[in-house]
Write a protein that binds this ligand. Structure first.
Ligand code: C5P
Length: 228
C-alpha cells in the first residue's frame, strides 16, 4: 500500500506522546513534521525519535527568520539531522533564503509565505498591501529564485502559487480540514481533496489527526479520501 502525501504535525505535549503519534500514523502517511513546540522542548532528540518511530521522511518546521548569517548558521546546526524539509520565513528576504539553501544543499529549503492563520483583514491591518494571494505568489517566486525547493502556502493560494513558480517546486499546504472538522485557529482553509485538486503536493495536517480518538483511523480515512 502506498502512503498518502500527508505530513502529520506532531505538535505533542511530550516526547513520549510525539513518539506514540509518529508510530500510529506511520503506515498511512509519507512525512512527519516536528515543529517548534516539540523541538524547543526536546531538541534534536525529537527528530531522532520521530524518525525511529515512524520511518517517515522528516519535515523540520522551525520557520527560521533572522539575518542571513544567523539563518545559515542555524541551518548548519541541524545539518546532522538531515531533514527532507526545513522551513524558513519567505519574508526574511532572498538573501536569507539563499543562506539556508547554501548551508543545506540536500534539504528542501521550504519557504513559508503567509501563515494560514492570518486572515485578509489581519494582513490589511498590518499594512501588507495587496491580497493574500498576491503577497503569497510574490514571496513564493522570490524564494524559489533564491534557492527554495518547496513553498508553504494556504490551500486557497496553491493554484496561484503553482502558476507563479511552475512545475518542479513542491507545494505544501497546511490549513487543511476535512468536512466537519474543527477549524481551530486556521483561517484560509480547504478540504484535503480540494487542496490536492488545486495542485498541492503535500498536505500538513495536525489536529484533525492528532486530536482524533484513534490517530491511525483518522490518518487512514484522510488517506483514503485522497485515493490511497
Ligand atoms: O493542527 P493543524 O492542522 O492546524 O496544524 C497545522 C500545522 O502546520 C501546525 O504545526 C502549524 O505550525 C503548521 N503551519 C501552519 N501554517 C503555515 C505553516 C505551518 O499552520 N503557514
Amino acid at each position: 500500500m502506498s502512503k498518502a502525501p500527508i505530513a502529520v504535525a506532531l505538535d505533542a505535549p511530550s516526547l513520549d506522546v510525539a513518539r506514540q503519534w509518529a508510530g500510529e500514523v506511520a503506515e498511512h502517511v509519507q512525512v512527519v513534521k516536528v515543529g517548534l513546540e516539540v523541538f524547543l522542548r526536546d531538541g534534536h532528540q525529537a527528530v531522532e525519535v520521530a524518525r525511529e518511530a515512524s520511518g517517515c521522511e522528516i519535515f523540520l518546521d522551525l520557520k527560521l527568520h533572522d539575518i542571513p548569517a544567523t539563518v545559515g548558521g542555524a541551518a548548519r546546526s541541524i545539518a546532522r539531522l538531515a531533514p527532507k524539509y526545513l522551513t524558513v520565513h519567505a519574508s526574511g528576504g532572498s538573501e536569507m533564503v539563499k543562506a539556508a539553501a547554501d548551508a543545506l544543499p540536500d534539504t528542501f529549503i521550504t519557504a513559508v509565505t503567509v501563515l494560514t492563520s492570518l486572515s485578509q483583514e489581519q494582513l490589511t491591518a498590518m499594512r501588507w498591501s495587496g491580497t493574500a494571494q498576491e503577497i503569497v505568489a510574490t514571496l513564493a517566486q522570490q524564494s524559489v529564485a533564491a534557492g527554495a525547493r518547496a513553498i508553504v502556502c494556504s490551500p486557497q493560494e496553491v493554484a496561484a502559487v503553482r502558476q507563479a513558480v511552475g512545475e518542479g517546486i513542491t507545494l505544501i499546504t497546511p490549513g487543511v480540514r476535512p468536512i466537519g472538522a474543527d477549524v481551530g485557529d486556521q483561517q484560509r482553509i480547504a478540504t484535503p481533496e480540494q487542496a490536492i485538486a488545486d495542485g498541492a503536493d503535500l498536505l500538513v495536517i495536525g489536529r484533525p489527526i492528532t486530536g482524533a480518538p484513534d490517530l491511525a483511523v483518522a490518518a487512514r480515512a484522510i488517506a483514503q479520501s485522497l485515493g490511497y
